[in-house]
Design a protein around this ligand. Structure first.
Ligand code: NAD
Length: 475
């Protein structure tokens, strides 16, 4: 893929993350060696194992990196992709450490990857490969409810998480907390409502929070609310689809471009995101989507005019070569590491704000934290108190009606007398998390003169918290 190649000519992903951390440490004037401690990866496992595919053994290679253990368990997704390496997994594990700290999730950072193109295998083959990878991780101490808890990432989803949870359960049937060994499971198998949409939902909440600050909207050269804003999304997978779907159906934004593997589709009046997704599912790509212009060079569309650009597919797609031509007013990093270190400073000089991955795609790990808590509590959120709140709401309505001799309108009645279910509580907890984290980022930007941008401010928020923890408990 040309994007990847160009990005790899620059700094490696890991170096890119380290440079950002170095910069934050310099701004914070931390000189007690904490930087070196922060940047080192605690442990990395590489495994190679055979699985029988169509009658012949095929060898698969994967990694799991644990970047930090200052809080346990360490947390981070597992990706299945044709191109994965140790450098990438370590960089992503480091990002998880910062991400958890930014959104106050009490976990260390970890990440896993397996070199595998999931589109090339049948369901039963994928199941065999996933279960074998899980056994390798479990056997080597890289997967357990207390120490290392994976989640979905690129190329994996609830189905794979379900297989991994079941593998763990079979190996440890006496572990009453076995379901907490992995998050992002199907709801019927110990998952939590709202996890599948969580990363995209969190990005929506992050963007909404920015739009609650008119001075930040102005900084991006924009005005007003989200209504009518033109959005281009790269990657209509789990993250890209959900954020595009919610921004269009709930906030009135227009998705004017969708970039996928085979090219991009454009419509200045807005694309129907659900219809584009169905088209991708049916045909394997965006080409020939009715009512839209097709552009075979998808990466060129990253440079198209729009209000908000959401790269939500893979890392390194905005690099030093194309950053000078990006026309978006605001970049929202849905994927991990889509803007390289070099591109970041070019965009900063050009006054294009970037909402960083470590903050805006943290919705996934936030709801994974809720799922882990749910699994340890062995009860779904809202189960105990839902009817109590419903009854309390009805009492309030009766009191208002009796005191005022009026009738509360039906629309308000149903809202007041609604007991929150798991979906409501998860969304509310996620919304609160994303709002507070953005406010902390703004506050860090105020406190440190050198932190001009959201990314630096977000890293500062994370490093402050992690450094405090390291100093309190030792390295
Ligand atoms: P996914 O596999 O569900 O979706 C990725 C999408 O990108 C697919 O639609 C794929 O066709 C498309 N794509 C792949 N290569 C492309 C290319 N060269 N150009 C355009 N489109 C391309 O993956 P996902 O879970 O949505 O993850 C996407 C990114 O978000 C990754 O960087 C991942 O690390 C990050 N992320 C995911 C989560 C999560 O909860 N799933 C959480 C945080 C961060």
């Amino acid at each position: 893929m040309p994007d990847q190649k160009t990005a790899k000519e620059g700094l490696k992903f890991r170096e890119s993350v380290d440079r950002m951390v170095d910069h934050a440490i310099e701004i914070m004037n931390l000189d007690d060696g904490i930087g070196e401690a922060l940047k080192s990866c605690a442990s990395v496992l590489q495994v190679s194992f055979p699985v029988e595919i169509d009658g012949k053994p095929e060898i698969f290679t994967g990694w799991r990196a644990t970047h930090s253990e200052h809080r346990l368990p360490s947390k981070g997704g597992i990706r299945f992709a044709p191109v994965v390496d140790q450098d990438e997994v370590e960089a992503l594990a480091a990002l998880m450490t910062y991400k958890c700290a930014i959104v106050d999730v009490p976990f260390g950072g970890s990440k896993g990857g397996l070199v595998l193109d999931p589109t090339k295998y049948k369901r039963h083959q994928l199941e065999a490969i996933t279960r074998r990878f899980a056994r390798e991780l479990i056997g080597k101490g890289f997967l357990s409810p207390a120490q290392n808890v994976p989640a979905p990432d690129m190329g994996t989803g609830p189905r794979e998480m379900g297989w991994i949870a079941d593998t763990y359960r079979q190996l440890f049937p006496d572990d009453i907390n076995c379901m907490a060994a992995i998050t992002g499971k199907p709801v019927e198998h110990g998952g939590i409502r709202g996890r599948n949409e969580a990363t995209g939902r969190g990005i929506q909440y992050a963007v909404r929070e920015l739009f609650r600050h008119p001075e930040e909207v102005e900084r991006a050269g924009l005005r007003g609310g989200l209504d009518g804003k033109r959005v281009i999304v790269q990657g209509l997978g789990n993250v890209g689809y959900h954020v595009a779907h919610f921004l269009t159906t709930e906030d009135g934004a227009r998705v004017t471009g969708v970039i996928e593997r085979d090219g991009a589709v454009l419509n200045p009046d807005g694309l129907n995101v659900d219809a584009v997704r169905s088209h991708i599912r049916e045909t394997g790509g965006v080409k020939d989507f009715p009512g839209a212009t097709f552009e075979p060079d998808g990466s060129a569309v990253l440079e198209h005019d729009c209000d908000i650009l959401i790269p939500a597919a893979l890392e390194g797609v905005i690099h030093e070569n194309n950053a000078p031509r990006v026309k978006a007013n605001l970049i929202v990093e849905g994927a991990n590491g889509p803007v390289t270190y070099e591109a970041d400073s070019i965009l900063q000089d050009r006054g294009i704000p970037v909402m960083p991955d470590a903050y805006c795609n943290a919705g996934g790990v936030t709801v994974s934290y809720f799922e882990w808590l749910r699994n340890l509590n062995h009860v779904r959120f809202g189960r105990v108190e839902k009817r109590f709140h419903e009854a309390r709401g009805n009492q309030i309505i009766r009191a208002i009606e009796e005191a005022t001799d009026t009738t509360v309108p039906a629309s308000l009645r149903s809202q007041i007398a609604k007991g929150a279910d798991e979906f409501d509580l998860v969304r509310s907890g996620l919304d609160d998390t994303m709002r507070l984290a953005f406010q902390e980022i703004l506050s860090a930007r105020e406190r440190y003169e050198g932190a001009r941008d959201y990314r630096m401010a977000a890293f500062i928020v994370a490093i402050e918290k992690i450094a405090r923890s390291y100093r309190d408990i030792g390295y």
